[in-house]
Design a protein. Structure first.
Length: 131
């Protein structure tokens, strides 16, 4: 139910007021075989990554543990994920970062993301204090 409310907020914001959502390229990461994260560690969560269940993203800029609504326009699917890691750090030859966020495999699977595709996202809240 939480994602329905968040999606409605994103839709209203996009069509009525000044857009408060962001658009950018997203890639995926994995606990194994990721050259930019050789140890399967979620920097913001201070624990190992759990590929099959972690609904998290990696972001260089968003606050750790904050909730983010991520939408894939191609599939019309949205998911609420937490910022659980830092990245992505892969760069193009031009020196620009290849993507603005990395999706954990569980997020990628839910959205039917192809691994290198444009997403819309909106930060939903500021992070809470750590448990």
């Amino acid at each position: 139910m939480e994602w329905v409310v968040a999606f409605i907020q994103l839709f209203i914001t996009a069509h009525v007021a000044k857009p408060e959502y962001n658009i950018g390229m997203a890639t995926t990461f994995s606990a194994e075989g990721d050259e930019h994260n050789p140890m399967p560690w979620a920097a913001c969560l201070h624990r190992d990554l759990r590929d099959a269940t972690d609904m998290i993203i990696a972001s260089r800029d968003l606050p750790c543990r904050s909730k983010v609504l991520v939408c894939l326009p191609r599939t019309n699917k949205c998911v609420i994920a937490r910022v659980g890691d830092r990245g992505p750090f892969g760069k193009k030859k031009s020196g620009e970062y290849r993507a603005v966020m990395d999706l954990a495999p569980a997020v990628r699977k839910y959205l039917h993301h192809n691994g290198y595709e444009t997403v819309w996202w909106q930060s939903l809240q500021t992070p809470t204090s750590q448990p």
